[in-house]
Every structure is written in structure tokens, then in C-alpha cells.
Design a protein around this ligand. Sequence first.
Ligand SMILES: C[S@@+](CC[C@H](N)C(=O)[O-])C[C@H]1O[C@@H](n2cnc3c(N)ncnc32)[C@H](O)[C@@H]1O
Length: 344
Amino acid sequence: YSSFTSAPTFLDSSLLCARTLFQPLYCGRSNRDGLTTNLQLEEEHCLTAPIVRAPSNTTWEVRPSIGKGLGVFATALIKTGTRIMVEEPLFSINPPEFVPGKGYEIQAMIDDVDVAVAGLTAEQRSDFHSCHEYRLPSEQESDEHRNMFIFRSNAYTLTDGTVAMFPQIAKINHSCRPNAANVWSEASGLRIIWAARDIQPGEEVTVTYAPLLKSHAGRQSRLSQYGFQCTCAACVDHERTDSERVKMGKYLSELEDRLTRNTSEFANKKLLPKALALVEMLELEHMMDYLPNAYHVAAEISLRLKDSLAASKWSTKALTLHGYADERSHAVLQERLFLDRISP
Ligand SMILES: C[S@@+](CC[C@H](N)C(=O)[O-])C[C@H]1O[C@@H](n2cnc3c(N)ncnc32)[C@H](O)[C@@H]1O
């Protein structure tokens, strides 16, 4: 294991961490969480859903961000729900097995990344080399593994376990109170960044690199592998925000866990206020990486309580957020199937 195996993973869209109940199932793939799906609807949906496109007019630019290297800034008002960037992987690799407490056996990855970079066009290679390269203090002198250092500082783990580079999206800095959501759509083979709230002209666009429903200390330890400590408003105010974040995380995992089993009416009546409180807390923070799941949880509990009107309202909200990312995604399809179940 090389010295940087202890700096473990890759940029980690919190969406993937959040999505435990509502595992994405995508068109053309097998049903991985055992739910019954309507294959005919799935196929029809694939044929009719619009293809996700990159925004035609560019509403952002890359420029220096004080204390953070480069960053992405809005050049015009970007309204909530607008797709800001849509990018396909420049390349991806299959990482070796992750060994808990140690990390990845890095030598195999170094070779794979070097081979992948060598296979790029000159323009693509220059895009790759334009990305930030963080090195641990012990790695300062080594120039041999430059491609791997860049890869480690920018790549994302995808839902199939491969790790991929998105050089444009890699210019977006982190915030623990991000204004943009970050979604990988397996259905479209695209990573999509969309505005979680209105972003003003001149404002920096941010996503999260770490799960957000953790305490400040938990988030910082995750971020240290990228060589920085976050100083966003949520971090500065962490004594106040920590308890909320931890509470949201606890509620979400408890609710998702309960909904994997049958629940009595009595239990559902106790779960509903928690689900509504969770939705309210997430909405206040514009936490779009988690809100679709929370909406879906509220819909599921409402349905179990036979309140189909409320179930439909929450499910429609989840559908809207999933649709902002990608109309073709399996998340959209799943939510449509849920709505169909309520009102066939
Ligand atoms: C994926 S890159 C983001 C773009 C990068 N700033 C650049 O110049 O290309 C990740 C690196 O950006 C910097 N970074 C990202 N978010 C930051 C933040 N909130 N505060 C300070 N540095 C940050 C860190 O150096 C981190 O290793």
C-alpha cells in the first residue's frame, strides 16, 4: 500500500450516501433492490424521456476563488432547478478492493490511470492536467505519480463502483451548505449539477464532497484528504448547526430503516411527525441531495396511513427534484410508479 492509501476515497457525492432506501434502478439494468417494477412502463419511459442536454447558454465561468484555487462562479442569475453542468466521464477505472483501515492498493490504480490518460486526445489530456493536484506533505517531491494525484483529488465514485473523472465539474469547490446538487445518472451516463436554490450573479457555485448529515468534525476529517478545512457558514456556525445535522442524519436513517419493514398504524402515526420535521429541516437548508429521499419517506408513511392525497403531494415533490437532475433517471421512473400505485 502506498503512503496515500490512508487518504482513502474519492469525491463522494452525498446523494449516493443518502440514498439507502430509494436505491436507484436504471433502465436496462436488473432490479437490484428487489422491488417489483413495471418493465413495460420502464421501456416506454426510456423511449419517451427527453435526453438530458448541457445548458445551451453558459451562465458560469471558471476563475480564482480566494483561498481555494480555481472555482466556478455564476455570471447570471441561475434559478433553482436549472442544470448548470452536464458532463460525461472523461475516463473511468475499476479500483481495486478497498481495504478498511488501509485504503486502496494503489499501484494497480497508478498504472490504470496512466494508461487511461495516455489514451486521451491531446485536448482531453490538457483538460485532465488542468485539474487540481493535492499532495500529502510526504508526496511533495514525487513527480512520478502526478496523474494519480490529480485523479485522487478530483474523481468521483459512481454507482457501479468505478471511479471517473469529470474535468469541468472538478472545478467546483466544496461547501457544507452547497447551492448546487450533484447527481450521477446511470441512465444517461452523465453527471449533472443543478441549482439547489437561486444562485446570484457573481456567487460561487458549490457542491459537497462529503456527507452533509454529520457533525463539523466528521465532515472536516473527510475533507482533510483533499487538503483543506471548510470555512463555509455552516462550519463557522457549527456549534449551532451540528446538532441539527446529526438529528437530520439520525431521522433519515431511522425512517428509511423502518420503511424497509412492515409498520403498524400506531408506528406510522409516530413516524409521520419525524418525517415532516426532517423535510422542514432539509428544506430550510436547501439540502437537495437528501430532500428527494425525505419527500419519498413522507409519501410512503402517508400511504401506509391511507392518506393518498398527502402521499401524492410528497411523491410529486420528490419527482420534481429527481426530474431537475434527469428526466430519464430511474429515480424518476420509480417515483412515477409510486404515484401510479396511489392513483392507478
Ligand atoms: C475538485 S478540486 C476543486 C477545484 C480546485 N479549486 C481547482 O483549483 O481546480 C478540489 C480542491 O479544491 C480546493 N477546495 C475545494 N473546496 C474548498 C474549500 N471549501 N475551501 C478551500 N479549498 C477548497 C482544495 O484544494 C481541493 O483539494
